[in-house]
Structure formats: structure tokens, C-alpha cells
Write a protein that binds this ligand. Sequence first.
Ligand code: ZN
Length: 348
Amino acid sequence: MRRTNWPRLLGLAVLCLWAATALVLAAPARKVTSFQSQVVNENGQSFLRIEIGMNGPIKDYQVKGDGILHPNRLTIDVDRAEKGDVRAEIPLDRQFAKTLRFQDAGKKLRIMVGMRVPANEQNYRVYTLEKDRRNPHRLIIELYGEGGRRGRVAGLKGRTIVIDPGHGGTDTGAVGVGGLREKDITLEVSRKVKAILAHSGVKVVMTREDDRDVYGPTATDAQELQARVDYGSFTPNVDVFVSIHCNAFTSASSNGTATYYYPKTWLDALLAQNLQDAMVEHGDRRDRGIHEARFYVCRNSMMPAALVELAFITNYVEGYLLADEDFQNEMAQGIAEGLANYFAASGT
Ligand SMILES: [Zn+2]
């Protein structure tokens, strides 16, 4: 009968454990296996999406940007990873970035991107995606251009907001340069506002989603406007009501952005001012300020309400801008940010 040599077996076990640990510590678990970049357009905004594929899950990484020496450099350190066979320097779409560089730095893989704009959190997004049927584990870097990341505004989550695209259906609203109709512009911009708000966690109620009369084609003005007000009245917990319009005047030289309110509470002017400021900041048109007015929708809405006049549809420059998607996006973003600023300022 053979006797088991316990001390020897124990020694062997310790040796195996040591070897296994050393192997795990020494092996860089991940290598870059694929790289692709493409310009993506989402919600009317384009950005550069870079996908770096790796042969293992990407668990720990650090993102650094906005440095003093290289403000446009975005640096991402991926723990326990290495470059592999990928090129050290890859040129990118020049609209968003110059190059991306890979560098092995100790046990980390360092990724450096030379951005067109300062590498602050407004201008990029970094996240990981798990392996799926078609793709490997991926590190995703999204780079935005001038003006930063749009489409989501902080400080709006949980709000309920009524957006009223002015006019519609039989009511074209003002007709401007080149036959441009107010009802079409207000609907386009309102849709963009809705997308941003919905993305920001807001419950959005639209008084119309297409080209129609809200009450009906034969309605009186009061019936039509009351039908819009009713959306606010019959939706629970509405925070604010915003009606979107374009201005018009007999003189083609009139221009600029303005906001109207009815002072039924102190909040109405505060709402108007915040919308006005953010629209002027984004649209960059002349600031015509905020004004008291007896507009039906502002006066009869039970919650704070404002009516914005984006710009003059009868002005050559502004008519052109109102039909331009970039300008529409800017104004929509301004309205969304103005709403967030209003909630912060009002403390409501
Ligand atoms: Zn109007």
C-alpha cells in the first residue's frame, strides 16, 4: 500500500496556485481587435462615433479631458489592455477630430484623441458595449463638434410640459418670404422641442402633431385657442404651457426674437425671460425682449405660459433661417434649456 506524500502534495498545490496567479497578473487580458469610425446623424445632430473592439470585456477605464496644456485632447486609459496589431495613429473625420493614437502605457492601453473643440463633458461621451452576436466587446467614443452635445437637457426630468405649435390646418398663420408658412415652421420646431424634452425625461403634451386645426376647420378663433388651452387644463400636473410662433410685419426689415406672457402670476414673466434668453443665446438673433400681451393661450392657461416668436418670417434673412434645419435645432435647444433654467430659477 502506498502512502500519500502529504507535504509534497501541498507543495505542488502551492506551486500551481502561484503559477495561476502569476499568469493572470502577467497576461494583458485584452487586445484591440477592430477599429471603426463613422459620422452619425441622430435627432438632427451629427457626431463622430468611434468603436474600438476588444477580445475581452472592458471593465475599468478612466477618461480625462480638458487639460491645461492640451485642452482639446481626450485621454482614455483602459486597464489591463494593450494595443495589439492595430495602427498606432489613425486619422479621423476632420470635422470632429484630427487623429486617434494608441499607446501601451505599462499595464494600460492609452487612447488619445485630438478633438476639434475642448475635451469637456459637453463635447464627448465614452461608454462600453458588451459582446453580442455580431460585435466584439467595444469601447465607444462619441465626439461632438461646435456647440457640444445636444438632445438632452439636465434639470427637466419628471416635468409635464404642453407644447403648442402655433396655427395649423385651415389656419396657415403668417406667410413669409418665398411662401413660407408659419404653421409649417412652428410644427417643425415643436417636434424638435418635443424630441429634446422627451429625451430629457419630460412628459410632453402636443396640442397638434400634424397639419391640422386643433378644434376643427370651422371653429371660431376662441374655440380653436380654447381647444389648445384645454390640453393644459385636462392633463394632470402640467408645469408650463409654451406656444411656438413666428413673427411677421409689413416691413421686411423687422427682425429678431421675442417672447410674450400674461402676468397672471410672477412665474409667467420668469418663464418668458428664461425662454427668451436661451433662444437668443442659441439662435443669435436680435433680442427684442419679453412683453406683456393679452394672448388667449397665455391668459387662459392655468399654469405659467409663454408665447415665443422665434424670428420674423417676413424678413429675408430670418425667413431663410426659419426654414433651415440647423437654425430650427438651435431654437429648439434654446427653448429646452430655457425651460430648465426657468425651473431652476423658480424653485418650483
Ligand atoms: Zn402665430
